[in-house]
Write a protein that binds this ligand. Structure first.
Ligand code: EZ4
Ligand code: CO
Length: 402
């Protein structure tokens, strides 16, 4: 069997998605997510212009060899664009392998380690009482874990807090919108939010919070220590993570569990974080960290160092990525939790999928392969629309960490 076709599909059913579809000489198809929020067309070009021509004629069964060929062969290693492109190929080849074997991909990864994949939803609101009402909706839906974010008093907009409640889309403008940031005000409101959530919902619910890389290590350590009495499940992205050593300082000041990695694209972004046990959850994803093959490698390293998984699962990761993530989540020994921001109906129609939510868990599809498809006719009805994430500035106008 040989690869006979590889094509890139860009579609925007409510938001942009890039998908790679590979076809074999036996007529088997596989798909992979290649969406990089706000830089979608760069990955589409990387695939179309530089990768698809190399795939034609290759044996689709050789997943590891193809990964190494694309990673080492390009000479230019790593980076979000490259690794997202490689991820798309890798994911599509796992999909094909599953279909050829007649097995869901998680069976090829060693089979089930658990009955379901615990997910967390996003509860956000401008004020603390608004957030509490949102948390209540998730509890009613059966969620066992909820991320809480609230507006910062005195700031116009806060990243992570949306107008739409049950569907949240952070890439909100054709050119980046701008928001103002104040660490002092933020640090005052978060403990109030946690106190109110624990007061109303008790301690059985897992409560998560995303700092979006906004603090310094010492600020994050201080916040973590003040939140410890509310038993946060994790504090996500406390600081920008280019400097892995920064997390050591956080560790010296708090036992609040730390999660990081949604912007990581290779094992080298987290090698020290994991090896020195500076984090508790690694949030790298199938789509941005080199596909199932490379993410499995990261997760295995993490397993040796008491680090559990907690993959990113926002709306800019398509149902193709979510399907792939669930096959890994159900199989790996050190799974922790999976983020789950539900997609809109338009997105779900373009990407019909077999995974389902029940009692706070997501369950991967039992179909051979990944159990997800793309409706190309429908996809063609939604052309690309430029959309970017907002930029944050401090009160004095300087650009702040994302
Ligand atoms: O900002 O997916 O934890 N989730 C998040 C997301 C990310 C977006 C970036 O593309 O932080 O909302
Ligand atoms: Co995040």
């Amino acid at each position: 069997m040989r690869i006979t076709d590889a094509k890139v599909i860009v579609t925007s059913p409510g938001r942009n998605f890039v998908t790679l579809k590979i076809t074999t000489s036996d007529g088997v198809t596989g798909i992979g997510d290649a969406t990089l929020n706000g830089r979608e067309l760069a990955v589409a070009s990387y695939l179309r212009d530089h990768v698809c021509p190399l795939l034609i004629g290759r044996d689709p069964a050789r997943i590891e060899d193809t990964w190494q060929y694309l990673y080492r062969g390009a000479y230019w290693r790593r980076g979000p664009v490259t690794m997202t492109a490689i991820a798309a190929v890798d994911t599509a080849l796992w999909d094909i392998k599953g279909k050829v074997a007649g097995l869901p991909v998680y069976q090829l990864l060693g089979g089930r380690s658990r009955e379901g994949v615990t997910v967390y939803g996003h509860a956000n609101g401008e004020t603390v009482p608004e957030v509490l009402d949102e948390v209540a909706k998730y509890v009613d839906l059966g969620y066992r874990a909820v991320r809480v974010q609230c507006g910062v008093p005195g700031l116009d907009a806060t990243y992570g807090v949306s107008q739409d409640k049950m569907f949240y889309e952070p890439a909100d403008a054709k050119l980046p919108s701008e928001a103002t940031w104040s660490t002092e005000r933020y640090l005052r409101v978060v403990p109030e939010l946690f106190a109110a959530v624990r007061d109303r919902f008790g301690f059985d619910l897992h409560v998560l919070h995303d700092i979006h890389h906004r603090l310094t290590p010492i600020e994050a350590g201080g916040l973590g220590s003040r939140l410890e009495e509310y038993a946060p499940f994790w504090l996500e992205d406390p600081v920008p993570a280019e400097l892995q050593e920064g997390f050591r300082l956080i560790r010296q000041h708090t036992t609040a569990p730390i999660a990081v990695g949604e912007v990581f694209n290779s094992i080298w972004d987290c090698e020290r974080l994991i090896r020195e046990q500076l984090i508790d959850y690694i949030r790298a994803t199938v789509v941005h960290a080199g596909g199932i093959t490379h993410l499995r490698r990261i997760f295995d390293l993490a397993a040796l160092h008491h680090v559990r998984t907690g993959s990113h699962g926002a709306t800019d990761l398509s149902p193709v990525c979510m399907s792939a993530a669930l096959h890994l989540d159900i199989a790996v020994p050190n799974f922790g939790i999976q983020e789950y921001m539900r997609h809109t109906e338009a997105t779900d129609e373009v990407f019909p999928h077999g995974y389902r939510f029940a009692d706070g868990y997501l369950h991967p599809s039992e179909e051979p392969g990944l159990g997800v498809d793309i409706d190309e006719k429908l996809a063609a009805r939604y052309p690309y629309e430029a959309a970017y994430l907002p930029v944050n500035r401090l009160m004095d106008g300087s650009v702040h960490s994302w």
